[in-house]
Design a binder for this molecule. Sequence first.
Ligand SMILES: [Zn+2]
Length: 248
Amino acid sequence: MIDAHIHLDQYKENDISTLLEEAEHVIAVSMNLPSCEKTLQLSKAYAKVKAAFGFHPEQPLPSDAEADALFDWIRQHAHEMVAVGEVGLPYYLRQERAIDDRPYVALLERFIVLAKELNKPIVLHAVYEDATIVCDLLEKHRITQAHFHWFKGDTEVIERMISNGYFISVTPDCTYETEIQQLIKKYPIELMMVETDGPWPFEGQFGNKRTSPWMMDHSIEVIASIKGLTTQEAARIITRNTTTFYNL
Ligand SMILES: [Zn+2]
């Protein structure tokens, strides 16, 4: 299996090599410039690790100088990454306190333009109503290679994303979240990947366990049963989707 979205730089050094034994490849996304640098090192140390460089939206914005430094760095290292990411909009931060969305949207648009310039896919953190704003931006810049990781949203935006050929990925929470099971029902398997978003912790049978790629086997079982496929068929389709999308 390929883990289509993991924060590998947030794991303990000692855990990384054993974790990687469980996956064929991992798409290691970045939070900010120090995280990009660490992710780049990991991709050089381990052939299975494919790097994505970006700025996670659920945190305070960078200063203009910090943002410029990050964009310069990404351009310099574009040949060492498979995608721009993780980028998006601060849905969960907004639930905690009032924030001005405009600079977040502006920063995201810069990343979308960068992905276009570098001809790379983009990894998006954009759930619920944010997905509509992100679809507007992607359509404005004619982006076709978009991956909405751990996606959640309403039927209208789901239909829009499907017709644009955007990909989603599901986490191990699909084993216990009916909202995600409904999404799997609606979304074509040809546009689906699996991920852990590790080290993010999961509940249910995964409670108190270190998040790791083996958990995706359980996600595949859920997808297979909803789609009426064998687990082997579902795994084959999803692996092929990820390999093709990230050009692995
Ligand atoms: Zn993430």
